[in-house]
Write a protein that binds this ligand. Structure first.
Ligand code: S3P
Length: 443
């Protein structure tokens, strides 16, 4: 079985506004995947409030259920009945991850510690994405790839009850790779260490500690070493998932470019490994404020307010990329409304997302009369204070490309059309309804 594509549904956005309101966005995607997987590996029941009910995460819920740890919704809480580390069972059929790289790669770490075979499949976008980055360390630990030499889905992998712990320095700044190795490390005999040169999102480390694993982080020679103790036992916990800052980004960026707007998104995750966009927006002159900062379930959250602002172009350093990697398409879209050039450096990882986001973003800007260029891993957008629009954007099965350009159209002179919106359901099914509630116009 492989995911079958739905018929494309194009959509246009047009000059709107002002956008006004106070809303919540659905739960964070990264934390939602992790809560389901760690819940499946824990003993007892994990109760998850605010789980993101989008296709990517629902595929992970189906997968843990198929592995013998049922994830079931009761009222507004998701309950996962865990099987304990190493206690999952062989699924009866393929595990389908749809569009989700995070679901696939983290689950490879889960499967690594179990001596059974799983065939993992996904949609056309996911089947093009590189899996070697996660297979390489997991193979060192003992995972077997039964389709030898193959590095993309569909893939058959077989884990082992005798995983070997490793020390692994990440060759690319990827929280997915880090997380897969740490999760496998839970089931290895000894200590597994992941070394990262650039800080990537740390939700796995935080949640592992919360579930009772021994995890320590130390900085040595400018690199962070994260060590997890093997043969671990996790205990089912209650998790509250904060609002997803990557989803909130579209609403808040829209408010910055639509004249007269003021939008507040309540209860958003503001973990500093995720807030690079908001730092950048402030540097551009954006009126963006974190209000009512607090902590919930081991993560910092805040209400984020954005008001229409006159933006100026800035240079976004490569070092910031991991903390805003999913936000470059929408940043590029609104940088077109700034005065001056916005130069975004260090974007190599954007090429291996749900689409080649570097190329797709530049093409979408060109289609709408915006000057932009890609030089190596750098994207430069020439802001002229306004955008002509009128173009159609190829989305390549990429939800963030679709939402970024629908955001741009809310302030452009002519409507902006995206060739498909069906895949927005992978991360943010409520996108259109929430935006319309604020005053956005689509057709
Ligand atoms: C994610 C990590 C990032 C990000 C993805 C979610 C995660 O990918 O782009 O949307 O939950 O760990 P990489 O780790 O590959 O950079």
């Amino acid at each position: 079985m492989t995911s079958t594509p739905a018929a494309p549904q194009p959509l246009s956005s047009r000059a709107s506004g002002p956008l006004e309101g106070m809303v919540r966005v659905p739960g964070d995607k990264s934390i939602s995947h992790r809560a389901l997987m760690l819940g499946a590996l824990a003993t007892g029941v994990t109760r998850i409030k605010g789980l993101l009910e989008a296709e990517d995460v629902l595929n992970t819920a189906h997968s843990v259920t198929a592995l013998g740890a049922p994830a079931v919704k009761t009222g507004d809480v998701w309950e996962v009945t865990g099987r304990g580390t190493g206690g999952l069972v062989e699924p009866a059929g393929d595990l389908d991850f749809g569009n989700s790289g995070t679901g696939t790669r983290l689950m490879m770490g889960v499967i690594a510690g179990h001596s059974f075979t799983v065939r993992m499949v996904g949609d056309a976008s996911l089947s093009r994405r590189p899996m070697s980055r996660v297979l390489k360390p997991l193979k060192q630990m003992g995972l077997e790839v039964l389709d030898e030499g193959k590095e993309t889905l569909p893939l058959r992998v077989r884990g082992t009850a005798d995983l070997v712990p490793i020390d692994y320095e990440l060759p690319v700044p990827s929280a997915q790779v880090k997380s897969a190795v740490l999760i496998a490390g839970l089931m290895a005999a000894g200590e597994t260490t992941v070394i990262e040169r650039e800080a990537t999102r740390d939700h796995t480390e935080r949640m592992l500690r919360y579930f009772g694993a021994e995890v320590r982080s130390e900085v040595r020679d400018g690199k962070t070493r994260i060590t997890v103790k093997g043969d671990a036992e996790l205990e089912g916990r209650d998790v509250t998932v904060p609002g997803d800052p990557s989803s909130a980004a579209f609403l808040l960026c829209a408010a910055l470019i639509v004249p007269g707007s003021e939008v507040t998104v309540e209860g958003v995750l503001v973990n500093e490994t995720r807030t690079g966009l908001y730092t950048t927006l402030r540097e551009m002159g954006g009126d963006v404020a974190f209000l009512n900062e607090r902590e919930e379930g081991g993560e910092p959250i805040a209400d984020i307010r954005a008001r229409f602002s006159k933006l100026r172009g800035v240079r976004v350093p490569a070092a910031r990329a991991p903390s805003m990697i999913d936000e470059y398409p929408v940043l590029a879209a609104i940088a077109a409304f700034a005065e001056g050039e916005t130069v975004m450096e260090g974007l190599a990882e954007l090429k291996v997302k749900e689409s080649d986001r570097l190329a797709a973003t530049a093409a979408g800007l060109h289609a709408n009369g915006v000057e932009a260029r890609v030089e190596g891993d750098t994207l430069t957008v020439r802001g002229r204070g306004k955008v002509k629009g009128g173009g159609t954007v190829a989305t390549h099965l990429d939800h963030r490309i679709a939402m970024a350009f629908l955001t741009m159209g809310l302030a452009s002179e002519e409507p902006v059309t995206v060739d498909d919106t069906t895949m927005i359901a992978t991360s943010f099914p409520a996108f259109r309804g929430l935006m319309e509630g604020l005053g956005a116009r689509y057709a």
